[in-house]
Design a protein around this ligand. Structure first.
Ligand SMILES: C[S@@+](CC[C@H](N)C(=O)[O-])C[C@H]1O[C@@H](n2cnc3c(N)ncnc32)[C@H](O)[C@@H]1O
Length: 222
């Protein structure tokens, strides 16, 4: 059961009773998503690029997606967005988040009308944006495709330690192109060591409000 909860910046999140955790920071869902995934991730990686491929771990409500979609449409960047989600929400629950308020109406309607189909196969939302949500666990996800950036947005290590094991982090890193970006809201010594072991250069960045630091890591060029 997921319960709609208000966060400190006035945006909603969901509280997952089974896991015992919110989908976003209680200090602000919207500001966390913008800070970690859009500002430190997408804008950094997409600078001067006409095209970008994103792999997200944990689609959830789609907040990271709609903000990415809006940014790419506004900046003439072709977006290929693949997300992994083991427990997809219904579109009714997603509507309850009221995230439609944070993007232009056309972005929201392109997203919500294609959501259920995107869970079955890749959907072209606009000539510049493709969305595919793979209904599977991340451990089972396989793909020959390599991505420009990974948004690693799993529940925390306290509640889902299996999503932060060295093996699953190496699995995530394997989907990035050389020079690609791994970005996440979390940062621990274990995570840094796991990412470094995959040949990445790590950066500690200021975290979203309420969190001291976050991690961005760049895969070595070959
Ligand atoms: C922190 S929330 C992600 C928030 C999301 N990015 C958003 O903007 O709403 C973590 C997500 O990971 C999903 N999840 C949990 N276990 C998973 C697994 N083994 N593989 C893939 N996704 C998983 C959860 O269902 C949840 O949607």
């Amino acid at each position: 059961m997921n319960i709609i909860t208000l966060t400190a910046d006035g945006s909603n999140t969901l509280y997952n009773e089974t896991i015992g955790e919110h989908y976003h920071s209680k200090h602000g869902a919207l500001q966390e998503s913008k800070h970690v995934f859009i500002e430190a991730g997408l804008k950094f990686t997409a600078a001067d690029q006409a095209e970008i491929s994103v792999l997200e771990v944990g689609f959830g409500t789609g907040l990271n997606f709609i903000l990415s979609f809006e940014y790419c449409e506004a900046n003439n960047i072709n977006l290929h967005y693949t997300s992994i989600e083991a427990f997809p929400l219904t579109s009714e629950v997603i509507e309850q988040t009221a995230y439609s308020a944070y993007v232009p109406e056309v972005i929201w309607s392109d997203f919500i009308t294609n959501y259920n189909n995107a869970l079955k196969a890749a959907q072209k939302l606009t000539p510049h944006c493709t969305l595919e949500i793979r209904h599977t666990t991340f451990a089972e996800y396989q793909n020959e495709q390599k991505f420009d950036i990974i948004y690693y947005d799993a529940f925390s290590v306290q509640h889902q330690p299996e999503m932060w094991s060295d093996e699953i982090i190496a699995h995530a890193c394997s989907f990035l192109k050389p020079g690609g970006t791994f970005v996440t809201y979390a940062i621990t010594g274990k995570l840094k060591r796991a990412v470094k072991a995959c040949g990445f250069t790590i950066e500690k960045l200021p975290g979203a409000p309420g969190k001291r630091e976050m991690l961005r890591a760049i895969k070595a060029e070959v």
